[in-house]
Design a protein around this ligand. Structure first.
Ligand code: TXA
Ligand code: MG
Length: 321
């Protein structure tokens, strides 16, 4: 079993040394836990793909400490400086052109890279001690629920190949992956809904291009992005107004809600979508473990981070058996 360890200075140093030696280290970020590897080490990145059972044409996000550090990898457009200036460090990922051709495995054969500057102090300490970019997808098996605690990471890799260590940074503050925007042009293009709401991005860039089929959960926006994604091991049923005897309930808001015989979790009793987003994966992990054979989900408003919650649930509903 990999050890779950506290992020003490010694363990941060061990994590950085491990990255330098080509090991895979699970690290907390403010969005979800990541499975980190040296972005420039193809052997280490290959281990990440193997651990996740992820196709190697699906590129990874590169995590940097600063925009300065990014400039040797990507071309920062005026739009990237503007968005990065407002939202970094934080839950935003930008897709940008590489400054020169590179064929690192982490890039999935593309001549663009998805980059972000995380705000979580633990990954920042590891980035400082390591000194280069860390490629990190979410620390779960491909298509499964994302991990928002160190225990979720452990559960995901129980009995399988494992990361060499899991740094415990507590529960992730946002609990949903970063928002991904293509920032190569003058107007951002939405590639993935995430922890930074579109409404918040619009306070800085009022115009965001949304691909035509974006609302269709079967559509693939990012190269290699899988339609099947974010799925618990039991079926999800959305917009439910009743609960079947075999189902657990994922509720939202003050209710009244139907009562089931299995476990119930309420994403936000007071109907706050931001609180709901931060609880989503943790509660789905709980309900998956409850013994129920399905999960009924009450209606959730699609405003603010509600849109990102619904995106994850719709993809999850498509993917489950
Ligand atoms: O919050 C997050 O973003 C977390 C934490 C660990 O930082 N990471 C994460 O990584 O969610 P992952 O690998 O689960 O999702 C990365 C997404 C994938 O859908 C991938 O296709 C897309 O980013 N992506 C990566 N490089 C890309 C590129 N050059 N162009 C378009 N999409 C890209
Ligand atoms: Mg993921």
């Amino acid at each position: 079993m990999p050890a779950i360890v506290a992020p003490s200075p010694d363990h941060i140093q061990t994590a950085a040394d491990g990255l330098r030696d080509g090991h895979v280290v699970a690290v907390p970020t403010e969005t979800v836990y990541g499975l980190g590897a040296d972005a420039a080490n193809d052997r280490a990145v290959a281990s990440v793909y193997r651990l996740k059972d992820r196709p190697s044409f699906n590129p990874l996000i590169l995590h940097f400490l600063s925009m300065d550090q990014m400039t040797s990898w990507v071309h920062l457009t005026p739009l990237a400086y503007r968005l990065g200036g407002y939202f970094w460090p934080g839950p935003l990922t930008l897709v940008l052109d590489l400054i020169k051709p590179r064929f690192n495995l982490a890039l999935g054969g593309l001549q663009t890279a998805a980059v972000r500057i995380p705000s979580h102090p633990v990954i920042r300490d590891v980035l400082k001690a390591f000194g280069g970019p860390i490629a990190a997808p979410s620390a779960n098996k491909s298509e499964r629920l994302s991990p928002t605690t160190a225990q979720h990471v452990l559960k995901c890799f129980a009995g399988a190949d494992q990361p060499s260590m899991i740094l415990d940074g507590g529960p992730c503050r946002h609990g949903l992956e970063s928002t991904i925007l293509d920032a190569r042009g003058a107007v951002p293009i939405l590639l993935r809904l995430g922890s930074l709401s579109i409404e918040t991005v619009q306070t800085v860039c009022p115009t965001i291009k949304v691909p035509e089929d974006f609302a269709n959960p079967s559509a693939i926006q990012s190269p290699g992005q899988m339609r099947r994604h974010y799925a618990p091991r039991i079926p999800l049923r959305l917009d439910a107004h009743w609960v079947a005897p075999h189902e657990a309930l994922l509720a939202f808001g003050p209710g009244p809600h139907p009562v089931g015989s299995f476990c119930t979790r309420n994403l936000s009793e007071r109907g706050d979508v931001t609180e709901g987003a931060s609880n989503l994966f943790a509660f789905l992990h709980d309900l998956e473990e409850s013994g129920a054979r399905g999960i009924a989900v009450t209606p959730i408003p699609g405003v603010g981070l509600g849109a990102a919650i619904l995106d994850r649930l719709r993809r999850g509903a498509l993917s489950t058996p």
